[in-house]
Design a protein around this ligand. Structure first.
Ligand SMILES: Nc1ncnc2c1ncn2[C@@H]1O[C@H](COP(=O)(O)OP(=O)(O)O)[C@@H](O)[C@H]1O
Ligand SMILES: C[C@@](O)(CCOP(=O)(O)O)CC(=O)O
Ligand SMILES: [Mg+2]
Length: 461
């Protein structure tokens, strides 16, 4: 580790970038194969990135870039010399991109040479790094750094999240969005000058850069997670696979913000069984390559579930809005639960469930509290239980007792965590100025104390 001294004055004021996690309601995995999927932001579970100027240099008077990722116990700093070769290559890449039909770097695919050069840089500067979590996070950080502001030094990036990591709630996308926003703010590129307004143009850029970050972490993302982390709310999303269709539409995916999205009673359960999206997505691809005639129809069926689910959710919203009749609502909720069950069954058929997830599925069936599906990549992580419409005429005392028993069993017997959180809400956000006391507390506190969360969240409007 370099011996650090204090030097010149700061070049920018500390700021925070934040982005939420997400829950996929219908269509994980099939989304990667161009099928529609529905997801919603979980705006209470977010990643927060504090960026501060460092005013430090190492013993050879080299400026540095520092990263502090305490959630995964990963700290590192690179000197300007460490970063120089990749920065030179990336600067050429950025300038070449502006002369192509795509016009700018965020429209280009992941550059294999740059990714390889960063791999070598990591091998040289972190020779003992065998931790996959560290490696993926460092690759995402450095790739976005090089393609957005490769000349930046004297900055420290402190990233903390109250989202469970690797649990299917989109922590990778939320960090990609925070890093993209932060690097865009620190870049001198004229295209990012309106960044504070976070208007739709800026959000479109954040969405594109964060998709590149997701590619660094798990290879072939559909783009739904970073879209929700960027735009917030609930979205109906479809990746366009056919280049001619992309060209016709002028975009690489179709996305509709769902303004008619009802509040649905649900519980999220985190099994705490670790999983890697990269591995699960690649395992599904192996199955698909081997038997496309079997798996393509499964993906298509999941697409139909999403469309039917969209229609059902919209009808529930309309009924709620009109204070509509209970019988109709019960029927619609039953339709929704049916779709949840089929979606989970299809995910199981592509081998992305886990015995720890099946325990939740079985318990919710046994106690008749609702229907459960895995959410996110599966293989562990979280399950989403959509609950019966408690409170209607068919649900009395017994239903409430079963609900209590469901939660108690999950927590006390299975040792799982549960979240009772609403869906939707604010997407990416930038806080350009902060009280000094918050900056200090953010850096020194273990995790994210409520004083920090309350302060930052109260400013997200
Ligand atoms: N708070 C965090 N700090 C550092 N890295 C993080 C953080 N959250 C997510 N990551 C990165 O994202 C990866 C997890 O992404 P992924 O496997 O897609 O799971 P998910 O997106 O479901 O949480 C981790 O391996 C790590 O590299
Ligand atoms: C499996 C997938 O559909 C969702 C992955 O979500 P997560 O990383 O498990 O939160 C992949 C994707 O859509 O990019
Ligand atoms: Mg992820």
């Amino acid at each position: 580790m370099p011996n650090i001294q204090m030097t010149q004055d700061s070049a920018f004021s500390p700021f925070v970038a934040t982005a939420p996690g997400k829950v996929i309601i219908f269509g994980e995995h099939s989304a990667v194969y161009g099928q529609p999927a529905i997801a919603a932001a979980v705006s209470t579970l977010r990643t927060y990135l504090l960026v501060v100027p460092t005013k430090r240099q190492d013993t050879h008077n080299s400026e540095i870039v520092e990263l502090s990722f305490p959630d995964i116990k990963f700290d590192h700093e690179w000197t300007k010399e460490d970063l120089q070769e990749c920065a030179n290559y990336a600067s050429k890449l950025i300038s070449n991109a502006s002369q192509t039909a795509q016009k700018s770097i965020e429209n280009m695919d992941l550059d294999d040479t740059l990714a390889k050069m960063i791999g070598e840089l990591l091998h040289k500067t972190l020779p003992d790094c065998t931790n996959q979590l560290h490696h993926a996070a460092a690759l995402c950080f450095l790739y976005l750094y090089f393609i957005i502001c490769p000349k930046l030094t004297n900055a420290k990036f402190i990233l903390k999240s109250n989202l469970p990591i690797g649990a299917g709630l989109g922590s990778s996308a939320s960090i990609s969005v925070c890093l993209s926003l932060a690097f865009m703010k620190l870049s001198n590129d004229a295209r990012f000058q309106n960044i504070h307004t976070l208007n739709s143009e800026v959000k479109d850029l954040v969405n594109k850069f964060s998709l590149i970050g997701e590619k660094c972490i798990h290879g072939t993302p559909s783009g739904i997670d970073n879209a929700v982390a960027t735009y917030g709310n609930a979205v109906l999303f479809q990746k366009l696979l056919d280049p001619s269709e992309q060209q016709r539409a002028g975009v690489t995916n179709k996305m509709e913000i769902l303004n008619e999205f009802p509040e649905i009673p649900m519980i999220l359960t985190n099994t705490k069984i670790p999983k890697s999206t990269k591995t699960l997505v690649s395992n599904v691809n192996i199955l698909f390559q081997k038997n496309p005639l079997i798996f393509d129809p499964i993906f298509q069926a999941m697409g139909h579930i999403t469309n039917k689910g969209h229609e059902t959710l919209t009808n529930i919203y309309k009924l709620n809005d009109e204070n509509g009749n209970v019988k109709k609502k019960t029927k619609l909720m039953n339709d929704l639960l049916e779709l949840v069950k089929v979606n989970h069954g299809l995910l199981t058929s592509m081998n992305v469930s886990h015995p720890g997830l099946e325990k939740i599925v079985n318990l919710s069936t046994e106690l008749q509290v609702g229907a459960t599906k895995l959410t996110g990549a599966g293989g562990g992580g979280c399950a989403l239980t959509i609950l019966n419409d408690v409170g209607n005429e068919t649900n009395g005392k017994e239903a409430l007792e079963n609900m209590a028993l469901f939660e108690k069993t999950l927590i006390d017997d299975y040792k799982y965590d549960i979240y009772r959180t609403g869906l939707g809400g604010k997407g990416a956000y930038l806080l350009p100025s902060l009280d000094q006391s918050i900056i200090e507390e953010f850096q020194s506190a273990d995790g994210l104390p409520s004083s920090i969360l309350n302060y930052i969240n109260s400013k997200i409007v």
